[in-house]
Design a protein around this ligand. Structure first.
Ligand code: 5GP
Length: 209
């Protein structure tokens, strides 16, 4: 999983509540870093308008999803808002092994499962970096969702309740990015990546000659 240009690629697991700024940050990060690629995950939910299979998600029916669970194809899988979501082992490991840094957008349950798995699996442990992104207050999240005007008041309330549960887990992540502006969120994420690449176990050691 190491290539000369990227000796120790990162698996950046990013979690955020709705309105946390995750989608924009992911887009910006991918545009700014050619060596970062997104891990496409699987879901049983229906595609939203404009979403494409094999690009936004691998959209699977419940039966196919279950078969993949049983066959042990997932690194982790979870139920989120009543639908199944899962990260394929092949998707993450193939991309890491090709020397790419991998951005993985998952919920807090998925991040917890990965952390646990990384304890036992060296390849994951070497790569995994966990980041939680949210606004400083829940009311700011709510204001963002209202401004976005995509959801009904009931849906916004549901998302806020879910957000409180997710935010309560922020300490389980290595990094907290408090979302402010798009530019600042990106700058902070880049800082995390830069620092993580300088960790002892990821650098190419200096030679003594
Ligand atoms: P959405 O349906 O809005 O695209 O995503 C809902 C939630 O599912 C988001 O928090 C997203 O990060 C999470 N998610 C997407 N793919 C996966 C996955 O493979 N595993 C887990 N645990 N969560 C996922």
């Amino acid at each position: 999983m190491s290539t000369p240009s990227n000796p120790s690629p990162l698996l950046i697991a990013l979690s955020a509540p709705s309105g946390g700024g995750k989608t924009t940050l992911c887009q910006q990060l991918l545009a700014a870093n050619p060596n970062v690629t997104r891990a496409i995950t699987c879901t049983t939910r229906a595609p939203r308008p404009g979403e494409k299979d094999n690009a936004d998600y691998y959209f699977l029916d419940a039966d196919t999803f279950l078969k993949r669970v049983q066959a042990g194809h997932f690194l982790e899988h979870a139920t989120v808002h009543g639908n199944s979501y899962g990260t394929l082992k092949s998707e993450v490991l193939d991309k890491l092994r090709s020397g790419k840094d991998v951005l993985l957008n998952i919920d807090v349950q998925g991040a917890a499962a990965l952390r646990e798995r990384a304890e036992a699996e060296e390849e994951l442990r070497r790569a995994l970096v966990t980041v939680f992104l949210t606004t400083a207050t829940v009311s700011e999240l709510e204001a963002r969702l209202k401004k976005r005007a995509q959801d009904s008041p009931e849906v916004i309330q549901k998302r806020m309740n879910a957000a409180r549960h997710e935010i309560a887990q922020w300490k389980n992540f290595q990094y907290l990015i408090t979302s402010t502006t798009v530019t600042e969120d990106l700058r902070r994420m880049q800082a995390v990546i830069t620092a993580e690449k300088m960790r002892q176990h990821r650098v190419r050691p200096p030679t003594l000659d």
